[in-house]
Design a protein around this ligand. Structure first.
Ligand code: FAD
Ligand code: NAG
Ligand code: NAG
Ligand code: NAG
Ligand code: NAG
Ligand code: NAG
Ligand code: NAG
Ligand code: NAG
Length: 587
């Protein structure tokens, strides 16, 4: 892979963009902008005729998204097939096909300031009426850049709250919005392979790159199948069913993979975006055109700079996958400490050698430990040798009850299919909030036992995505808009909370409080680190620092240049500090 090392975009930004635009906005001010957005139900909401005029410019009829369980409440919502909703409720790909579904159902509901929850629950026995909640009542099912342009111009003219939704996986609820107008990118499914691609605007002698270009609605399972057919691989999201979007929010927020320690993050593999801006223009952003925008789109977050139509990624030669995995219970705290300390000690070496993976440690009730690491082109013998120090400790400490596995798969797709296309396994369809911290490499080297003690002291299960180090650390932090904390991190540590359907806002607030307390515990390790925007909390003390770090000011400069009226606003996004919690009114 080619590692981008140019710091030119940053210099360019500072000299040509940030100052003039601060001046520009302070002269014209935000004063001429309406203070509040026009929501569904407000007198300013577009008339039926105005929507008909919009529909006449589109390739598809307008959609009226509803929360999926509405099919089970036929009296107050449009009817549907309730048994079908029940059967597919936890299927990520089915959910992505529903314009009104978020992957985690809590983001479909809306909580009023007084604690009343507006929602539509699957459990009809709760006897709570089905409401529209946080689901936008109107959506444009875009199939072309022209459809997106018409929708963007309409939203701007009518001062609507615009929401861009792809698959709805977002953990900050950024792809939903009460009373909003939705652009649904799900059906932008083009895929093409180019063995010798030259970014548009590149000088003639620029060497060609091998790429695939993915429409904004393509999902990882589709991209993996397509890229495998070319006998190539691509760095992508790893989840059950592969339903995460391959060219939308995933990459704009970082985009991690177990293969990132070998090939870098999603942002490090993008060669070009095409997108529709707030003024309706359709532009290309790459290392030669709209360079500042290209910089900001790689880490500045989804739903912030425009509507991406396509993402072009570098692809890599096919490889076999070496795997090392452990599954065990801990008979004692001493055993847990020995194992997790050794795991921490090994981590910097294996990450820098290109191993990535996923570990889950659960100290609640019956303690357990599950780990899977993978690396390209590693044989069973090499994998066994690499993990021997950890296997030895695990074998001793857990008194033989551990299961350790070392394997090799001929291709990426063989490995992916073996673990992530399992029927009945699901990661979605429930209620989930997360919080995360990027774990600096330095602390794992200085004091592995401290890391282990803190991970084991969390009063919750903790997940560790080992997706940093190696190639991720070799990229110049200033070459993309991504939070520079990623470049010093070995892993993303995350914790989660869930609750039963139908509970009160107070009960949800308690779950959120536990999440905050556990985050404070992790912060004993990571005082100056960041959090992963795509797997984070809406309740960070300082979202600018946590999610964007020292890049925040420059990211905001680019935002002001390309979206001066703030058409695109998302929770915890760049520029969102000027809006109220509901993202309805400017502060
Ligand atoms: C089960 C599960 C597994 C996951 N696995 C991984 C993983 O392996 N690696 C990883 O890094 N992350 C992972 N994530 C997190 C994932 O990156 C985020 O949920 C991300 O927001 C998904 O992007 P999306 O486009 O699919 O979803 P959406 O929720 O539809 O969109 C997310 C955000 O991007 C914006 N957006 C989407 N498309 C566009 C577009 N075309 N133009 C402009 N803005 C757009 C939306 O407005 C929203 O702000 C996972 C999440 C879940 C729920
Ligand atoms: C409803 O969905 C179920 C489950 O998918 C299916 O078996 C049934 O035929 C559907 N009913 C109707 C009326 O379409
Ligand atoms: C809470 O506020 C909402 C919106 O203003 C209102 O509809 C609802 O009746 C209120 N609930 C209570 C219990 O006051
Ligand atoms: C549905 O709600 C009822 C009433 O509160 C409860 O008894 C039941 O356990 C719930 N069912 C599920 C599947 O959660
Ligand atoms: C998808 O590909 C077709 C055929 O190449 C092309 O005509 C169309 O413009 C593409 N759509 C988008 C949204 O890029
Ligand atoms: C696929 O790529 C691999 C690695 O680059 C190569 O060894 C193999 O021969 C290729 N297979 C085919 C069918 O082209
Ligand atoms: C894996 O091996 C194949 C075939 O030798 C090679 O083409 C490819 O570059 C290797 N990939 C990595 C990451 O080592
Ligand atoms: C495992 O236990 C044996 C026997 O007690 C001991 O000799 C060996 O050093 C231990 N190995 C490790 C890695 O702790």
């Amino acid at each position: 892979m080619v590692i981008l090392t140019s710091s030119q975009p940053m210099l360019w930004l500072r000299q040509h963009l940030v100052l003039p635009f601060l001046l520009y906005t302070s002269l014209l001010g935000g004063a001429e902008q309406p203070k509040c957005r026009c929501l569904y139900g407000d007198p300013c909401w577009p008339t039926q005729n105005e929507f008909t005029n919009l529909a006449n410019q589109l390739s598809q009829p307008l959609l009226r998204p509803v929360p999926p369980p509405s099919a089970c409440y036929p009296t107050n919502m449009p009817s549907g097939n309730c048994s079908e909703v029940v059967a597919h409720y936890t299927d990520g790909n089915w959910r992505a096909d529903q314009p009104g579904a978020m992957q985690n159902t809590n983001f479909e509901s809306f909580v009023f300031l007084n604690g009343t929850i507006d929602a539509c629950y699957l459990n009809v026995s709760l006897n709570i009426p089905c409401e529209q909640g946080n689901v936008p009542p109107v959506s444009v099912d875009v199939r072309s850049a022209e459809d997106v342009q018409a929708a963007v111009v309409f939203a701007k003219r009518h001062n609507l709250r615009l929401v861009v939704k792809n698959t709805g996986h977002d953990y900050l609820g950024r792809s939903a919005g009460r009373g909003a107008f939705m652009i649904w990118t799900h059906h932008l499914k083009n895929m093409s392979y180019d063995a010798s691609f030259t970014p548009s605007g590149a000088p003639r002698r620029h060497s060609a790159v091998e790429v695939v270009t993915l429409g904004a609605g393509v999902q990882w399972h589709e991209a993996y199948t397509f890229v495998s057919q070319q006998n190539r691989t691509i760095v992508g999201g790893i989840s059950q069913g592969g339903s995460v979007g391959a060219a939308g929010g995933w990459v704009m927020g970082a985009g991690h993979s177990a293969f990132s320690p070998t090939f870098g993050l999603g942002v490090d593999n993008v060669v070009q975006f095409t997108l529709v801006l707030a003024d309706g223009t359709y532009v290309t952003a790459n290392a030669f055109q709209n360079v500042d925008l290209f910089w900001a789109l790689r880490g500045g977050g989804g739903g912030t700079y425009g509507v991406v139509i396509s993402t072009t990624y570098r692809v890599h030669p096919a490889f076999s996958v070496g795997l090392a995995a452990i599954s065990t219970n801990f008979p004692s705290y001493a055993a847990a400490l020995a194992v997790v300390t050794e795991w921490t000690k090994l981590h910097p070496t294996i990450s820098d050698a290109g191993w990535g993976g996923y570990t889950y440690i659960n100290q609640v009730g019956q303690a357990d430990f599950q780990m899977m690491f993978v690396s390209p082109n590693v044989s069973i013998e090499e994998a066994t040798a690499t993990f021997k120090p950890l296997f030895d400790i695990v074998g001793n400490a857990t008194e033989g009850q551990a299961v350790a596995v070392v394997r090799s798969y001929p291709t990426f797709l063989d490995w992916y299919t073996a673990f992530f296309t399992l029927p009945g396994q699901s990661q979605v369809g429930g209620r989930v909030e997360l919080a995360s911290r990027l774990l600096p490499k330095a602390i794992t080297m200085q004091d592995p036992e401290k890391v282990a003690k803190i991970l084991l002291s969390l009063k919750a299960g903790v997940g560790i995505n080992s997706v940093g180090g190696g190639a991720v650390s070799k990229v110049d932090p200033s070459s993309t808009g991504l939070n520079p904390s990623w470049r010093k991190a070995l892993a993303e540590v995350y914790i989660s909370e869930t609750w039963e359907e139908g509970v009160s806002a107070a009960t949800i607030a308690q779950a959120r409080e536990r999440l905050k307390q556990n985050t404070d515990v992790i912060d004993k390790l990571t005082t100056d680190s960041g959090s992963y925007l795509n797997e984070g909390s809406l309740y960070e003390k300082d979202f600018k620092k946590s999610y964007f770090g020292s890049h925040y000011v420059d990211l905001k400069g680019v935002k002001k240049k390309y979206d001066p009226t703030s058409l695109f606003v998302v929770a915890s996004g760049v520029g969102s500090e000027y809006w109220d919690e509901e993202l309805k009114c400017r502060l």
